[in-house]
Design a protein around this ligand. Structure first.
Ligand code: HEM
Length: 461
């Protein structure tokens, strides 16, 4: 087990904060020297808001603060061309340039993104998680004072997320069960039957999920080591369209609409996985057991139901696509593309009695991994938006997040395999229920790296 320097690692890489409020500040650097000073202030041990690291908690703090920098942000801070060139190409290109690859097309394409997310002026994101509204406002005030001071940075936009009653995401599914357990990280919140993910799958500088391979650490070492990357995404959700689809799919198939909802996700809306309870949302399965499953028997779970054909959990369901666990996929790489998920929903709960309230709602999603290309982008391009990586997908896409828009044609279909039937039940008429409204690729520097950045010489800026 690697001895990870928890006090150097941004907290949300290794820990779920489980706080009900999130505010994301999208900032542009105006005065590099003042911006460097602001960053230094986050790690100086002083009384102003400090970076939250993965250090063990005795008492949970009232808020947590993390920071991400885009490639243009690193350049604006004055990082040398040599250092800049040592970052991975997908990060350097940035989220707008990589949009096509991850299925951000049509309404999700960067030309429609809001608040300058498609602009190189987006330099820095602050992620402020808080236990109460009062704390959120208080720390917001402190941060604003600090980054406006000496005109360090100006706000491009601010985005608020809030937990919804019952810890559900919009579309009504309870979230927060599956996360990779990281070797050398913190104990998982609930029992995890899958093998631990190597530290180097989530942190720069450690052996990765591929044997004898460590992802290149951006130089110098003080800058790269113990850092990571995040794809931040503002994902608007069409709750009305989703609920309508469930009703239509129930008519098409004769299945209960809640069963359709479960088949699309791989979990019932209360979070019970189909793999453990294929016929009903069995509430007797306790919360802490709801991540103890696999799709085929193996080392992780010798007594798992053999669901290689997807009779319980369809091969194309959201969670099976995003983490096929030990089921067969092309390259047999089921456990090589894991991702840490953080974030919170935004917008009020959807009220079916008032479907046209005109309010945007969705998810402020953070998808963290050591390689944006092999983790976030791979999940979106190969597993969400292609239907050939596992037998039985029939060219379809992810029913929740796939690019099922106007050009999807027959791909906008969902297949429900049924035991004893040669052909799966086909549900047609999927649309893109999720639209990307803005995205950013950020480097998540360690505390050491933030000190390094804050001390960059003025001459290079
Ligand atoms: C608005 C968009 C999204 C919604 C509504 C959504 C919904 C869900 C739900 C309800 C779960 C089950 C909860 C759990 O297992 O803890 C889940 C799991 C998951 N989602 Fe999503 N998701 C969204 C976007 C994404 C994106 C963009 C990605 C990938 C980049 C992703 C990757 C995953 C992964 C990896 C899991 C865990 C699967 C497992 O380990 O079993 N999701 N999602």
């Amino acid at each position: 087990m690697p001895d990870l320097p928890h006090a150097d690692i941004q907290g949300f890489i290794l820990r779920t904060y489980a706080m009900p409020a999130l505010r994301v500040f999208a900032l542009t650097i105006a005065q590099p020297a003042a911006a460097r000073q602001f960053l230094g202030g986050l790690v100086n041990g002083g009384n102003s808001p400090q970076l939250s690291t993965a250090t063990d908690w005795t008492v949970k703090p009232p808020y947590c603060l993390n920071v991400g920098l885009t490639y243009t942000g690193l350049a604006a801070l004055g990082l040398s061309p040599l250092s800049l060139a040592s970052f991975p190409e997908e990060f350097a290109a940035g989220a707008p340039a990589r949009a096509q690859r991850v299925g951000d097309t049509g309404e999700s394409s960067p030309e429609h993104w809001k608040d300058q997310f498609a602009s190189p002026a987006l330099h820095l994101l602050l992620f402020l998680f808080a236990e109460t509204e009062e704390i959120l406002e208080h720390v917001t005030g402190q941060l604003r004072e600090l980054y406006s001071g000496r005109n360090a940075m100006s706000e491009l936009s601010v985005h608020d997320g809030r937990s919804l009653p019952g810890n559900v995401a919009h579309f009504g599914y309870r979230d927060g069960f599956a996360q990779p357990t990281i070797d050398g990280g913190l104990p998982p919140l609930m029992p995890d039957v899958l093998p631990k993910a190597p530290a180097g799958e989530f942190l720069l500088g450690y052996p990765s999920q591929y044997s004898d391979f460590t992802y290149p650490v951006p130089t110098p070492d003080a800058l790269g080591r113990n850092g990571s990357f995040v794809a931040f995404r503002i994902l608007s959700q069409d709750c009305r369209g989703f609920e309508q689809f469930l009703t239509e799919a129930a008519h098409q198939t004769g299945f209960d609409r809640e069963l359709i909802a479960a088949k699309l996700c791989g979990r019932w809306r209360d979070g019970v996985p189909l793999s453990l309870s294929p016929h009903s949302a069995d509430e007797r399965i306790p919360l802490e057991k709801r991540n103890s499953f696999d799709y085929v028997p193996g080392d992780s779970m010798p007594d798992a139901f053999d669901d290689r054909r997807g009779y319980r959990c369809p091969l194309g369901s959201h969670i099976r696509r995003m983490n096929p666990r030990n089921a067969i996929v092309a390259g047999n790489s089921g456990l090589k593309h894991r991702i840490v998920r953080r974030g919170l929903p935004y917008g009020p709960p959807y009220d079916p009695a008032n479907p046209d309230d005109g309010i945007e709602r969705g998810l402020l999603g953070l998808f963290i991994g050591v390689s944006l290309k092999d983790q976030f982008e791979f999940l979106m391009s190969d597993w969400a938006n292609k239907g050939s990586f596992a037998p039985g997908l029939g060219g379809t896409r992810d029913p929740l997040i796939g690019d099922n828009g106007n050009n999807a044609g027959s791909a906008a279909t969902f297949l429900i395999p049924i035991e004893g039937q040669r052909r799966p039940v086909e549900v047609t008429g999927l649309t893109s229920f999720v639209t990307c409204r803005g995205a950013a690729y950020c480097f998540l520097p360690s505390a050491t790296a933030i000190r390094y950045l804050s001390a960059l010489p003025a001459a290079t800026s």
